[in-house]
Structure formats: structure tokens, C-alpha cells
Design a protein around this ligand. Structure first.
Ligand SMILES: Nc1ncnc2c1ncn2[C@@H]1O[C@H](COP(=O)(O)OP(=O)(O)OP(=O)(O)O)[C@@H](O)[C@H]1O
Ligand SMILES: [Mg+2]
Length: 231
């Protein structure tokens, strides 16, 4: 496992609304070197989620490009793109989207069932749940877990496919400050250990302060970058 270097070049995303165009991302450029951990902040509406969706290949840019280890995926077929996304990219959202009818262990295994790659899967899922401190909660359903525990299941699920790039959108948004710090620290540790490239969008300034790299967006552009690499 390793990280994927991500290069964002002159990325723009606009929406057409009746008689006007809304420019949500404006010619944004940045680089996420392989294995780095970056926090993304900015006011509501700045374009953070839009950027994460584009990076996650869930949306297409209006112009500009994204290179993953030098490779553009825009011309991939839907099927190849889905396979790229499923095997290379992990997602964590504010609301965990765990499936309520399934246990913690089954939720972590879900991406593997989808990709039908189940060799040693249960052992890996158990090991991940142990890493996130849930070895005693394997058979609990989401409703039988606390918010922080549910989010840790979501972290384990995002990691089961051994992604090269992890995108997290407000992963601690509905947690108290203690659980937020726990989930955040866990993400950072796991990313370091596995050499994963990570981008975490958050409104939590405390988390932003303890990040190695901190990018701030406003109005569709990067307005500061603690790396000094302002695009
Ligand atoms: N489908 C769409 N059509 C038109 N405008 C959109 C669409 N999706 C998003 N926008 C606009 O794009 C802007 C950026 O939205 P985005 O969700 O990326 O912001 P954000 O930085 O993630 O904000 P928050 O911190 O509240 O999550 C917003 O002004 C939003 O209204
Ligand atoms: Mg958002």
C-alpha cells in the first residue's frame, strides 16, 4: 500500500442556473504529494465538498484536470472509472452512511462484497475494527453504537480496500470535541502508517491547527496554504 500523488491543475466547476452561471471552483491548482495529510477549511459555500467530489471522481470538472500519479481518468469508461474509484479511493462523510441492518463487521466488509474480493476479508475487517478500537463491538448494529463509534466503523470501512487516496468531508461534523479529536488522530495515524494521501475538509479550527498542512479556501479558490504553495 502507498499513497497516490494528486495534481490539481486549473480546476473549474460551474453550475448553470436558468439565466446565470455559478462558478463554484475558479481555476484552482494544488498538489497533494504522495502520503501527505492535509486539512481543508473555509467558510460554508467555499467549494470544499465540490473539490472533494471532483477529487473522488464523483463529479466532472467544467475545465482543468486532476492527475492521479500523473494519470488523468476523465476519459475512462463508467465501468473503469467505478473500478478506479472503488479500489483506489476511500471516502468518509459527515454522516457515516452505515447500513442500519448490518453489524459493524458486515458494514466494514461491504466494499469487498461489492468488488467480490473476499479472500481473508473477515480477518482484515476484524483487524481494522481492532485498530479503530472496536474489537468488542464487531456484532453491534449502528443503532447499538455511539456516534463516535459509528464514525470509526466508517473509517474502517473506508480503509478496507486499501485506498491510495482518502477523502473525508466533515468526518467529525456530528461528534463532540473529544470524539472529534479521537477520530481525527486516528485518521492521521492510519494515514501515516499506510502512507495514504489524505484530504480532510472540516470546520473544526482545532483540528486544522494540529494538521501538518492546512489549506484554506474561499469563494472557489485557495486563499492560503501552510506549505507556502499558494496556487
Ligand atoms: N448542483 C448545484 N447547483 C448549483 N450550485 C451548487 C450545486 N452544488 C453546489 N452548489 C453551490 O456551490 C457552492 C459550493 O458548495 P460546496 O458544497 O462545495 O461548499 P462547502 O465549502 O463544502 O460548504 P460547507 O462548509 O457548507 O459544506 C455553494 O454556494 C453551493 O450553493
Ligand atoms: Mg461541504
Amino acid at each position: 500500500m502507498g499513497g497516490m500523488a494528486v495534481e490539481v491543475k486549473n480546476l473549474s466547476r460551474s453550475y448553470q442556473r436558468a439565466d446565470r452561471t455559478i462558478n463554484v471552483l475558479k481555476n484552482l491548482s494544488t498538489t497533494l504529494p504522495s502520503g501527505t495529510f492535509t486539512v481543508l477549511t473555509g467558510p460554508s459555500g467555499a467549494g470544499k465538498s465540490t473539490l472533494l467530489h471532483l477529487l473522488g471522481t464523483l463529479d466532472r470538472p467544467t475545465s482543468g484536470k486532476i492527475l492521479y500519479d500523473g494519470q488523468s481518468v476523465l476519459e475512462y469508461s463508467d465501468r473503469d472509472l467505478a473500478s478506479f474509484r472503488n479500489t483506489k479511493i476511500g471516502f468518509i462523510f459527515q454522516f457515516h452512511h452505515l447500513l442500519p441492518e448490518f453489524t459493524a463487521l458486515e458494514n466494514v466488509l461491504m466494499p469487498l462484497w461489492i468488488s467480490r474480493e473476499s479472500k481473508d476479508a473477515r480477518e482484515r475487517a476484524k483487524a481494522l475494527l481492532m485498530e479503530v478500537g472496536l474489537e468488542k463491538r464487531l456484532d453491534h448494529k449502528p443503532s447499538e453504537l455511539s456516534g463516535g463509534e459509528q464514525q470509526r466503523v466508517a473509517v474502517a470501512r473506508a480503509l478496507i480496500m486499501k485506498p491510495f487516496l482518502l477523502l473525508a468531508d466533515e468526518p467529525t461534523g456530528n461528534l463532540d470535541s473529544h470524539s472529534s479529536l479521537e477520530v481525527f488522530t486516528l485518521l492521521r495515524e492510519l494515514s501515516q502508517k499506510q502512507g495514504m494521501t489524505c484530504l480532510v475538509a472540516t470546520h473544526n479550527e482545532v483540528l486544522a491547527k494540529i494538521a501538518t498542512r492546512h489549506i484554506t479556501m474561499d469563494d472557489g479558490q485557495i486563499i492560503s496554504d501552510s506549505n507556502g504553495l499558494i496556487a
